[in-house]
Design a binder for this molecule. Structure first.
Ligand SMILES: [Cu+2]
Length: 138
């Protein structure tokens, strides 16, 4: 039973790839162009009162990304130590998953990705690995 479901999911997942060829999925974090892979702006945001000083690491990463974008930064995708630009900044999932570790699907052109889908990895399988409080918060 489980096997059949997995196989069906695999086939469904492969279908768009075979059609376009250039579409891929990566695991990484939605960050911002001011911070890149690490959120070095957190302290600055906290001094301005934009981020609570008692915020958890996950909250800080998320708030930092949102505040940096508000301040003129752009959403970026940080994966395996590299930072990729995102072509379609207005993609709804970017704000929704700011600061989150996600599975991002899109087409890469040089160092820029045009996003077509953003999902949270392990929501169905390894949900217990992720801290519960983060789900409640957002
Ligand atoms: Cu930031």
């Amino acid at each position: 039973m489980k096997r059949t479901v997995k196989l069906a999911a695999l086939l469904l997942a492969l279908l768009p790839f075979s059609l376009t060829g250039a579409t891929k999925t990566w695991t990484g974090r939605i960050s911002d162009s001011m911070c890149g892979a690490t959120h070095k702006m957190v302290k600055e945001h906290q001094q301005k009162g934009e981020i609570s000083k008692t915020a958890s690491k996950a909250e800080r990463d998320r708030e930092c990304t949102l505040e940096c974008v508000k301040a003129g930064g752009k959403y970026v995708f940080a994966s395996r130590g590299k930072v990729y630009e995102i072509a379609n900044q207005d993609f709804a999932g970017l704000q929704q998953h700011a600061g989150h570790t996600v599975k991002l699907t899109g087409e890469m052109d040089g160092k820029t990705i045009k996003v077509s889908e953003i999902t949270m990895p392990g929501k169905s399988e390894g949900a217990q690995k992720e801290p519960k409080k983060e789900e409640k918060k957002y």
